[in-house]
Design a protein around this ligand. Structure first.
Ligand code: ADP
Ligand code: MG
Ligand code: MG
Length: 877
């Protein structure tokens, strides 16, 4: 295979092979934009390197050929002593992983070529600064030396000279620093810094390949659900220099505000700086608008390029650029990350500009983003004590204890506490803490800093660049204006939408998007208008119906306002709690048929009115009611507590308590999940299901008599064999006929055997609803209540699965059982209705899976209904 592509050969469709950065550099080159020449080594070469432990045959030759072409194009040779060509070696995977992997700049410098560079540029200081940067980056990323050693040496150089800024260091200072750095390399590797430019390049390429498997990259991929086996491409790019004086500089820009979606000029610029200086927050950047004053020609050219890119990509782009002595160079572009609110606004703006159609707009927003927009916000009317205001980097309202190290964040979060991670700035090493925290607060860096970019990607609340705060991470505290000190463990509240930071806990209120779902009014806000348009379009396109899981009239009503087309799961056991628990006890304690009937008779009218209220709210829409599912001892007191109570009471213990204790002992199960529950209860306890079906039928009759349109569906849980279902079904039909109402009778598919014998079961069931919580438990053999806390985090670390199978349907295993059941069920009964009522019904990826396997509906909690509607639309459009 061909392992190396010149920028003139690739294009943006080759991301799998060239990575995002390489594909887009090629695309920009093709558009005629000013990109420094270079070439890309493919992800295929990386995969070969990682699996085989060496570079593939032929790669070196291809690199040599492309390097020779690059040298010809630039009229310089790599690292030549008199006039060196320098290159960067840049990682770039298919999906952007900001700051996760490695890049080395200024490859080609050594003790000789540094003089050539100085002579050609006419700038000694620049040459030595570039050289020390090379050793620093190379030492850290290629030679694996602790980066702090270099940082500390740099800080010491500034301290010795009594200056605050890198800019105040001279050529001689940097030359000395180069010696110090070389010493660090010798001390930590036992070898000299490699002087041979080709060797530098080769080692850097291998280091970039290896960085794919760096621990922080592994964590990031897991979090973002990026497959672990893609590998990264490597880009070799001729260096251009933003550190050649004040007429040079480097910057980042967005074609629109990634926070709100508004059009305009957004970005940061830093004069006399190289590469990562901007994002690292080393010095304070100026807003991109200031470039208009600093270098109007470059500014105009940049705006023109931004427009070209937006029209070409038909989306918000982010950009890295460098100005070398008045000449603008483009170093990177990609379709930019954005907040959830911006995603909706931008999609609709692009429709209005005629750049995309509504189908495409719906595909560009996600259910996750919609879910984020439904989070509560801080109550602006509440009493609040503002500490300071930083930049609104990633929206949301987060409250938690301030913590100052990633380890501490994880420690408290593991104990179930909410924390806000506070740092001067974040680096990829903070990732664990960022994942654990409710929100992130930094005192330095702009909207394109590491903290901001990563937090936005994770949908985590972030305020960055709160410069008034003096963060002392080692001391575990920050000091705010006026001398207020917040220590580790003190509660703070941060608003990622406004950048505000508050002392203590600020109460939160509903989001306007939720208000829109509740009332149907958009209130004129751009965001709400955008959500409205995209939701309507998703609804017209989707094939899957969306129902809700609701156990009472109130939830049913809310679900309907949120767009639910019925109830997919109404759990009846919740109706047996509270005051009614005593009636259930009576049923369990019944010593004779008469007593049992009396207990059931007492429950029936209560159930009837519950159902009637739900039918009223869901008038005209299907309501699937599941007959009682959990083991009966869940309704009885705890064994230990009751034993103690009875023992303490001695002879005084009431006869009822004694009988209860006996019942608790009798009903105790080693493994209740697999015990007497679901249809098994109906078959073992005479009259129980009968009572429930009668209550449903009577409630329906009552509604009908009142002019309503009830659509009951009776669902039998935990069926494993058609024989279990047949008797219950016949009995239900008899009662329905007796009361004189119609209802479907169907079953849940939640035991693997039911999925495997779905063809038989469908003979007795008018509908299937996949109970994917139990189906996942039983397919994996995981007890959900135990495994998540016990070892799931380890399983995730080991990569056994990228996401818990209780969160997203395990398509290969559980999903395969579902596929079998769908096929066999439909074959036996072509008009069978198929749905899902497990937690997965509100998970975006699982909704798309349900669409693919041809279910008729998904059912989820009322709050997830809009998310499921949107994802069902995205799946179909
Ligand atoms: P990341 O993916 O972390 O952004 P990059 O490969 O984009 O890493 O490089 C890091 C920084 O170095 C960026 O600011 C980039 O613009 C800059 N850079 C990379 N290559 C060059 C080059 N050839 N000339 C000048 N600056 C470069
Ligand atoms: Mg970059
Ligand atoms: Mg179940």
């Amino acid at each position: 295979p061909k392992y190396v592509y010149d920028f003139t050969e690739g294009n943006r469709d080759l991301k799998d092979l060239l990575g995002g950065k390489g594909a887009n550099l090629a695309e920009m080159t093709g558009l005629g934009l000013p990109v420094p020449p270079g070439f890309t080594i493919t992800t295929e070469a990386c995969r070969h390197y990682l699996t085989e432990g060496g570079l593939p045959d032929g790669l070196s030759g291809e690199i040599d050929t492309h390097l020779a072409a690059l040298e010809r194009a630039m009229g310089k040779r790599l690292g030549a002593p008199d006039d060196p060509l320098l290159v960067s070696v840049r990682s770039g995977a298919k999906y952007s992983m900001p700051g996760m992997m490695e890049t080395v700049l200024n490859i080609g410098l050594n003790d000789e070529s540094v003089h050539g560079l100085a002579k050609q540029a006419g700038d000694e200081r620049f040459a030595w600064d570039s050289y020390r940067r090379l050793i620093q980056m190379f030492g850290k990323t290629v030679l694996d030396i602790d980066g702090d050693l270099f940082e500390d040496a740099l800080a010491a150089a500034k301290r010795d000279k009594g200056v605050p800024d890198d800019l105040d260091l001279s050529a001689a200072d940097f030359q000395r620093l180069v010696e110090t750095y070389k010493g660090i390399v010798r001390e930590h590797t036992g070898e000299d810094f490699p002087a041979d430019p080709r060797r530098q390049m080769r080692l850097a390429v291998q280091a970039v390949f290896s960085s794919w498997n760096a621990p922080r990259a592994v964590v990031y991929r897991r979090q973002e659900r990026i497959p672990a086996d893609l590998g990264t491409a490597v880009n070799i790019v001729a260096m251009v220099f933003g550190n050649l004086g004040m007429d040079s500089g480097t910057g980042v820009a967005f074609t629109r505000d990634p926070g709100s979606g508004r059009q305009g000029v957004y970005g940061d610029y830093l004069q006399n700086a190289q590469g990562e200086d901007v994002v690292a927050g080393i010095r304070n950047t100026v807003p991109l608008q200031d470039l208009e004053r600093i270098d109007p020609a470059c500014y105009r050219e940049l705006l023109g390029i931004m427009e070209t890119l937006e029209n070409h990509y038909r989306d918000l782009c982010d950009i890295e650029f460098t100005i070398e002595r008045g000449k603008l160079w483009m170093l990177q572009t990609r379709v930019g990350k954005r907040t959830a609110a911006a995603a909706f606004c931008i999609a609709v703006q692009l429709v209005d500009q005629g750049l995309i159609d509504l189908d495409e707009a719906v595909r560009r927003v996600t259910g996750e983003q919609l879910a984020q927009l439904m989070f509560p916000r801080f109550d602006t009317g509440a009493d609040r004590r503002l500490i300071t205001k930083g930049m609104n980097a990633s929206p949301g309202a987060a409250v938690g204890k301030a913590v100052f190290t990633p380890a501490r964040a994880k420690e408290l979060a593991d104990r179930g506490e909410d924390v806000i991670l506070v740092r001067r700035e974040t680096t990829p090493d903070d990732l664990v803490g960022m994942i654990a925290a409710r929100g992130v607060l930094t005192s330095r860096g702009g909207k394109t800093s590491h903290a901001a970019v990563v937090a936005r990607g994770m949908g985590k609340t972030c305020v960055c660049g709160a410069e008034e705060l003096d963060v002392d991470a080692a001391g575990g505290r920050f000091t705010a204006p006026g001398g207020l000190v917040i220590e580790d463990g003190d509660v703070i509240s941060i608003d990622g939408g406004t950048g505000e930071v508050y002392q203590g806990e600020v109460p939160v209120v509903d989001s306007p998007v939720v208000e829109y779902f509740e009332t149907g009014r958009d209130g004129g806000e751009e965001l709400v208008g955008a959500v409205d348009r995209l939701m309507r379009h998703a609804d017209t396109g989707r094939r899957l119906a969306v129902r809700a899981n609701a156990d009472n009239a109130e939830d049913a009503a809310r679900a309907r306002r949120f767009g639910a087309q019925g109830i997919g799961l109404c759990r009846t056991e919740h109706m047996f709690l509270g005051d009614r628990r005593r009636l259930v006890e009576d049923l369990i304690l019944a010593g004779s048929a008469g007593e049992r009937e009396a207990a059931l008779e007492a429950l029936r009218p209560l159930q009837r009115s519950d159902f009637a209220a739900i039918f009223a709210e869901m008038d005209g829409l299907p309501v699937t009611i599941r007959l009682i599912d959990p083991p009966l001892h869940e309704f009885l007191p705890d064994l230990t507590a009751l034993s103690v109570q009875v023992a303490l009471a001695g002879d005084e213990a009431s006869p009822r308590d004694r009988r209860l204790l006996e019942a608790v002992r009798r009903l105790h199960e080693q493994n209740p999940m697999l015990g007497l529950r679901g249809v098994r209860l109906g078959l073992v306890i005479p009259g129980l299901f009968e009572m429930q079906v009668r209550a449903i039928a009577e409630a329906a009759a009552e509604r009908r008599a009142a002019g309503g349109d009830p659509r009951a569906e009776i669902m039998i849980p935990l069926v494993s064999a058609v024989q279990e279902l047949e008797g219950v079904r016949d009995e239900a039909r008899r009662i329905l006929a007796e009361v004189g109402v119609a209802a479907l009778v169907g079953t849940m598919i939640e035991v693997p055997r039911a999925a495997l014998t779905a063809g038989q079961i469908a003979e007795a069931a008018e509908f299937f609803s996949f109970g994917t919580n139990d189906l996942t438990q039983m397919t994996w053999g995981f007890s959900r209540d135990d495994v998540e806390a016990a070892f799931f985090s380890r399983y995730l670390e080991l990569g056994i699965f990228g996401v818990s199978p209780f969160e997203t349907i395990d398509a290969d295993g559980v999903g395969r059982l579902m596929t079998i059941a769908v096929a066999e069920g439909r074959r036996a009964r072509p008009d069978i209705k198929l749905g899902i009522c497990g937690e997965h019904g509100g998970d975006p990826e699982s909704v798309r899976f349900c669409h693919r396997i041809g279910l008729d509906y998904v059912s989820c909690s009322p709050f997830r209904v809009p998310v499921a509607r949107l994802e069902a639309g995205r799946a179909a459009l």
